[in-house]
Design a binder for this molecule. Structure first.
Ligand SMILES: Cc1cc2nc3c(=O)[nH]c(=O)nc-3n(C[C@H](O)[C@H](O)[C@H](O)COP(=O)(O)OP(=O)(O)OC[C@H]3O[C@@H](n4cnc5c(N)ncnc54)[C@H](O)[C@@H]3O)c2cc1C
Length: 460
């Protein structure tokens, strides 16, 4: 029997108000509705509400504010820290808001915040257009954009926020604001990197780029320290059209790998050259020359082809750390080999992305993403089943990240897990933090939007 009330909200009242788009404990679809990408965030909200308009979003925000309920805002549900799940609160699930309006003449698109990167890319890709998001189609454009957005077009066209022209934002007081360079510019600055701290974005206006096709796909190479160092050097020297995401791991028995590679260290690289095929082949040749590829699936394809759903990935437990590096030299490459081989998890990975290009040409203070000058982003992580093993694998991830750390601290906010307030500060160095706190104090003084990598408003 579906429940009709909780201690502080009446579910039947909510069902009337939101036209039945409310799922509560006891409902048939409850387990599906509360599920997020990472299985470890197995939380039980009082209600999952799926609004269909900005006005309804404002209604949910008002409800959470007035009844002092925890509010979890969910786009694609891929938060590493479980921020789109709640125990006992309300999940504001944007997945019913997926409208997309493309203005070809203007080269822009208004996209509702419930779209995934894959759905958006597929839709605009049909017209030979693209906006850069991340490397995975199922990630929501909401969380990804508000944190920054680092993907295959980062060197050519910058971060996702560098292609964000405006947004519609529901603030803590329930107003629906249009924010851009001319209107509420403090909020427009803050939502470009500051995450969901300032309101619920209901739609975004993005710049579109002509991209009729790319040369892209997976390139698998046998790995040792020398190859890892050479791979990163090639990625940094490549034209800006080319982005390479190198995943270094002990090879599982994947069907497209020769059996001799199983159990050996490999680089599984996701390559994308955003341009014409012959130039793409030339840009890829230094990578193919590093070693005889174990598998080479890089080929001309539509950009959206990079976001084809592979299979529904089930990740239960993960220990991961992210950081920026200045260089991957011989010592760093050797540390990567050693630490990966020391992991006792069923699967452990180090990921390296060469940045620079268009992303680095935007001044650090122009948006709330301040790490413009960091040339390499690294992630280390492992996945496993048993939560009891978490301390062991967390310690491995911490040790690995410490071994790679060089120069200034810093982390990309969207690759933070639940690592505490000190790490959130690392995402927003120096003046960026102070400015974010000021905007937060002005627009969300009671910290209604706190289930995120939180920027507390502090005392007035
Ligand atoms: C498999 C995987 C691959 C990834 N690859 C990349 C990558 O290549 N590049 C990259 O930059 N990032 C990447 N990420 C990180 C990703 O950007 C973040 O996890 C992001 O927060 C996910 O957004 P979401 O909408 O799916 O998540 P959700 O869990 O729904 O939301 C995450 C956070 O954003 C807030 N939020 C979401 N939508 C809104 C909104 N409309 N208004 C206000 N707040 C909102 C939520 O409250 C929450 O705090 C990846 C993550 C995963 C799990």
């Amino acid at each position: 029997m579906p429940s009709t009330s909780t201690t502080s909200i009446s579910i039947s009242e909510l069902r009337d108000r939101f036209d039945g788009r409310v799922t509560a404990p006891g409902d048939d679809g409850y387990d599906r509705a509360r599920k997020v990408f990472y299985g470890k965030w197995d939380r039980r909200p009082a209600a999952v509400i799926r609004p269909t308009s900005a006005a309804e979003v404002a209604g949910v925000v008002g409800l959470a504010r007035d009844r002092s309920l925890e509010l979890a805002v969910r786009g694609g549900g891929h938060s590493l820290a479980g921020h789109s799940a709640s125990d006992g609160g309300i999940v504001l699930d944007l997945s019913a808001m997926t409208a997309l309006e493309v203005d070809r003449g203007d080269g822009t698109a208004w996209a509702e915040a419930g779209l995934t990167a894959g759905a958006y890319s597929k839709a605009v890709g049909a017209d030979g257009l693209a906006t850069g998001f991340g490397d995975t189609g199922s990630v929501g454009i909401g969380g990804l954009t508000l944190g920054g957005g680092v993907g295959f077009l980062v060197r050519k066209h910058g971060l996702t926020i560098d292609n964000l022209l405006g947004a519609e934002l529901v603030t803590a007081d329930g107003r629906i604001l249009q924010v851009d360079e001319q209107h509420h510019d403090d909020l427009f600055w803050a939502i470009r990197g500051g995450g969901g701290n300032f309101g619920v974005a209901t739609r975004f206006r993005f710049r579109l780029h002509e991209l009729p096709g790319i040369v892209g796909g997976m390139l698998l190479l046998p790995a040792d320290a020398e190859l890892i160092e050479g791979f990163v050097a090639a990625a940094e020297a490549a034209p800006e059209e080319l982005s390479a995401i190198a995943n270094i791991m002990v090879a599982p028995p994947m069907p497209f790998l020769p059996p001799r590679a199983h159990g050996k260290l490999i680089v599984m690289a996701l390559m994308a050259y955003a341009g014409e095929a012959a130039a793409g082949e030339r840009a890829l040749s230094p990578f193919r020359a590093l070693a005889e590829p174990l598998a080479d699936m890089v080929q001309p394809m539509p950009y959206a082809g990079l976001f084809e759903p592979v299979e529904d990935m089930e990740v239960t437990e993960e220990s991961a750390r992210s950081l920026f590096m200045d260089t991957v030299d011989a010592a760093a490459a050797a540390a990567i080999v050693e630490r990966l081989q020391a992991s006792t998890a069923p699967m452990a990975v180090a990921q390296l992305r060469a940045l620079g290009g268009a992303m680095a040409r935007v001044p650090a203070a122009a948006t709330a993403f301040a790490h413009r000058d960091r040339p390499i982003m690294a992630g280390v992580g492992c996945v496993y089943e048993d939560a009891g093993d978490r301390p062991t694998h967390d310690a491995w991830a911490d040790g690995f990240a410490a071994a790679l750390r060089q120069g200034a601290t810093g982390v990309y906010v969207n690759f933070l897990s639940d690592e505490g307030p000190e790490r959130v500060r690392e995402a927003y160095p120096g003046a960026t933090w102070d400015r974010l706190v000021e905007v937060k104090r002005r627009h969300d003084p009671d910290n209604l939007f706190r289930l995120n990598q939180n920027i507390p408003p502090g005392p007035a």
